[in-house]
Every structure is written in C-alpha cells, then in structure tokens.
Design a protein around this ligand. Structure first.
Ligand SMILES: [Zn+2]
Ligand SMILES: [Zn+2]
Length: 359
C-alpha cells in the first residue's frame, strides 16, 4: 500500500493566518486522488476567512476552484463528455456535489438548488478529513464528482478561473436568450464580471461594462467589451444619460458587483422587457428600495443566479479554450505557502484573482 504525503494550508481559526500542515495517510482506495497543480482564490474565500459564511466549519482547507492530475483512480470513471479517465490525466471538476434525488435535482432539473448540495473547499463532509479543498498539494474527490479531462496544452491558470467565476457567469447567461447584436451590460470587473464579458461576447452580444481598476477595465476591452465605464471616474447620472441616449436601454444586465446600489442603477438602464441577472451576491450585502410598479410597467425580468452545475463548467471551459492568453491575465500566481499573502492581496484589490501553485 503506497502512502500519500500531502501539504495543505489549513484554516484553523477565522481571521487568522492559514497554517501549513502535513497530512500523511495510506493512499485511500474509496476516492479519486488528484495532485493539485493550480487552485484559485475566490472572492467568497475571503468572506469565509472573515467568518461571514454560515456554511463553514473549522478546520477547513479552502479552495473550490482547482485543476490537477489524477494520481489514484480506484474506480472506472468517465468525464462529462464520456472520455474514460486514467491515472495521469489532467482534469478539472465541478466543485459542487449534489444528491441526485431531491426535488431540485430530479423534478426541477436545477442541481445548483439541490437541498443537499455541498462544495469542495467550502462545506465538505467532515468525516472525509482535511484534503477536500484546493489550497493543498492533493485533494480527495468522491467518485461521483463530475470531471472534464483537460489537454496538456491547456493553460492551468486560465482554467482555474472557469471553475467558479466562469461557471457561474455561464449559468447566468444560460438563463436568458441573447440574440446577435443585442446589448448586454455587465456590472462589476472582478473575475465573474470579466468572464461574463467573454461569454456575452461569444454569444454575439455587444457588451458594455461598468467597473473599476485600470487593469481590469483594460482586460474587459481585450475580452470584447465595446464600452467601458469607470465606476469611480463617472457618476450614476452620467452613465445613465450616456447609456440611455438615443435608445431604450440595454437588453440585459449581468450584475457581478455584489452591491445593492449596482442593482438599483442597473434596473434603470434596462430596456422595457429586458432581463436583469443578479449573479454577484455570495452572501447578504444589504437591500434597496424597489418600486414593483416600475418593474411591472416596464415588464422587467429580475432573475437571481446561484452557483452553477456541471454543464456550466463545461461551457466555461470551452470559453477558456478559445482565449486562454487573455483569460489567464485575470490570475496572479502565488506559491501555495504564500496563501495568506494572496488572500490579503485579493482582499485589498491589489490583484484580480490569486492562483496558488504548489511547488
Ligand atoms: Zn467561488
Ligand atoms: Zn439534490
């Protein structure tokens, strides 16, 4: 029996540095063991670290976005496209695990709403131990996990971004139909917003974005945004006047800002009959006043978006494969051991997204 020697950055206390721990065990035979090659730090990891997510119990290895190489595959397993997986394959996987039996899974066909849903790196079952998050050298994945085999040529930093931000953006845009040359406004220039720009563009939309940060807005342009509004350099009134000038408003808005004020602004920029997608709220962040008459009179569709499922991951991966060189620029690489530094850099908006790479 071989031994698995792993290292992980463990969250043992909230609001305190993660601790580097070594885990040594017999190679488990009831799970798929993946050597992690890159793991993303998601904005929601910061919320968890700051004790703002009631789903989280300690100790925990954070990290729900990762890619890696299968080193132990004790069962027969095929990826989402039916490709037989073997040890040595480079893979990405769906971060959420669903029960396949509840109403959401079976009747509504909306697994993201599964009542039993849990996520690697957020709230995995405690009995399977520490190695269930991305901030580690290895992760133990349940055989039911949905995988996608990657190619050796795929850029790992770019791929990591598909797993949460990308898949959630794909879920959002999956909920509306966009016709060629319709206008989609994205609010927010973090990984979710930038990915939404790439997806909306890939569907033939004309894309506008309201965001902040020079580098982020430059990337938004590279990803296909035609009009870029710096939220800090312009006022709500200036944007409204310019966006509504000579037209009835945008066809759809993807909110990726996580701010009630953004929702208030975005609803006013929609054309009558348009769709507003609320995708940027991972936890409660306040409220705003809504006049239901305005919603009814303008026949606005207001749609929430919660996480994503396997098909959205597949869609996001396909988008990354088309433009890895641009998408990888969203990520800044750090060694695994520098996870604390990376979390702080994300929290202070010094970088867009950190990608941890075990050495
Ligand atoms: Zn996430
Ligand atoms: Zn379910």
């Amino acid at each position: 029996m071989s031994t698995l020697n792993a290292k992980a950055m463990v969250m043992e206390e909230f609001n305190a540095p993660l601790q580097l721990r070594e885990v040594s065990m017999e190679m488990p035979r009831d799970v798929i063991v993946v050597e992690i090659l890159a793991a993303g730090i998601c904005g929601s990891d910061i919320h968890m670290w700051r004790a703002n997510d009631p789903r989280v119990f300690l100790p925990l290895v954070l990290g729900h976005e990762a890619v890696g190489r299968i080193i132990s595959l004790p069962c027969e397993k095929h990826d989402l496209y039916g490709v037989k997986l073997v040890e040595g394959d480079l893979v990405i996987w769906n971060r959420g695990m669903t029960c396949g039996r509840c109403q959401a899974c079976v009747l509504w066909k909306q697994p993201a709403l599964c009542s039993q849903r849990w996520t690697y790196g957020i709230n995995p079952p405690a009995e399977f131990g520490l190695l269930q998050g991305g901030y580690a050298t290895h992760i133990l994945l349940r055989p039911e996990t949905d995988f996608l085999k990657l190619s050796e040529a795929d850029d790992l930093t770019a791929m990591v971004i598909a797993s949460c931000s990308g898949a959630t953006a794909a879920h959002a845009l999956d909920l509306i139909s966009i016709r060629q040359d319709e206008t989609v406004l994205v609010q927010g220039s973090g990984p979710l917003g930038l990915f939404a720009v790439a997806l909306a563009k890939s569907r033939g939309a004309r894309v506008h974005i309201i965001g902040s940060g020079e580098e982020r807005l430059k990337l938004a342009k590279e990803l296909g945004a035609e009009e870029v509004w710096d939220r800090r350099a312009t006022t709500v009134e200036e944007r409204r006047e310019a966006i509504l000038k000579g037209n009835a408003g945008v066809d759809a808005v993807v909110e990726a800002a996580g701010s009630p004020a953004a929702v208030e602004e975005g609803l006013e920029l929609l054309r009558p009959g348009g769709s507003y997608l609320v995708a940027g709220f991972g936890d409660p962040a306040g409220t705003f006043e809504l006049d239901p008459y305005r919603l009814a009179r303008r026949q606005i569709r207001l749609q929430g978006v919660w996480t994503s499922d396997a098909r959205h991951l597949a869609h996001a991966v396909a988008v990354v494969k088309k433009q890895p060189e641009v998408i990888k620029q969203i990520g800044t690489e750090y060694p695994l051991e520098a996870a604390n530094e990376a979390l702080l850099a994300m929290e202070n908006r010094q970088i867009i997204k950190a990608v941890l790479k075990p050495q």
